[in-house]
Design a protein around this ligand. Structure first.
Ligand code: NAD
Length: 244
């Protein structure tokens, strides 16, 4: 199925997990896909890798410019790069708040700012942000991470309103716990990672984690012309966790 032939897409954090599954699905459906990541090495063809750190504005501007030049324009931006943080509001110093917000919130702002002039020139412009059920679920021990994703949700709504008249749609997906290298790294810190994985699966309403491919399918839908009248929404892919 090559229904997205000719669509030019840029995926941040596209070298792993949800971003990589999204880049692969977009490419499988015919889109031309560039990945912006700290470590884009090892990406398979036809994915185009560009090194950039979304926490650094000059790096983002250079990365977006290089990717857009290679793609010959831009129709779709997937703001997916993100990092985690654990703890209550009292547990992290300012520096850690600034680091996480600098990636999860300002990273999205910087990439969008760099991409907007190109998206304005597109006839099928869409932005999809990877948010999280943490934005609305009130998860324990996730104060900083939840605040960052709350901002992503608010930005999705504000950006949708600001750019609807320019023909740019803006939506987000809210994954529940998704089986990605990120979660793998968290499980690896447990005394018994396999037992911890079983317990994590058991806590999910469906008895299993969401897959990266399931989240990617939602992102690609929101990015595609099939969602031409959809803007300012959050689509939960959370296996029934009901964060919204
Ligand atoms: P992952 O760690 O597997 O992949 C994240 C990618 O982002 C990596 O390739 C990494 O190199 C890149 N990245 C990190 N910081 C970057 C930076 N400063 N500049 C450029 N690239 C950077 O993680 P994932 O689980 O696929 O998460 C992707 C997104 O999904 C994140 O925004 C995360 O908050 C969100 N999310 C994940 C889950 C989950 O359970 N895995 C749930 C809800 C939301």
């Amino acid at each position: 199925m090559h229904d997205l032939a000719g669509l030019r897409a840029l995926v941040t954090g596209g070298a792993s997990g949800i971003g990589l599954a999204t880049a692969r699905l977009l490419a499988a459906r015919g889109a031309e896909v560039a990945v912006l990541d700290l470590n884009p090495g090892g990406l398979e063809a036809p994915l185009l890798g560009f090194t950039a750190d979304v926490s650094d504005d000059a790096s983002v501007r250079a990365g977006v410019a290089a990717a857009v030049q290679r793609l010959g324009g831009l129709d779709v931006l997937v703001n997916n790069a993100g990092i985690g943080a654990v703890g209550t509001v009292a547990d992290n110093p300012d520096q850690e708040w600034q680091r996480v917000l600098g990636v999860n919130v300002l990273g999205l702002v910087r990439t969008t700012r760099a991409a907007l002039p190109h998206l304005r020139a597109s006839e099928r412009a869409a932005i999809v942000n990877t948010c999280s059920i943490a934005a609305t679920a009130g998860l324990p021990q996730r104060a900083l991470y939840s605040a960052s994703k709350g901002a992503v949700l608010s930005l999705t709504l504000a950006m949708a309103a600001d750019h609807v008249r320019e023909g740019i749609r803006v939506n987000c997906v809210n994954p529940g716990t998704a089986d990605t290298p990120w979660v793998g790294r968290l499980l690896d810190t447990a005394a018994d990672p396999e037992a911890e994985r079983a317990a994590l699966n058991a806590r999910q309403p469906m008895g299993r984690l969401v897959t990266a491919e399931e989240v990617a399918a939602a992102i690609v839908y929101l990015a595609s012309p099939a969602a031409a009248s959809v803007t300012g929404t959050a689509l939960a892919v959370d296996g029934g966790m009901q964060g919204l």
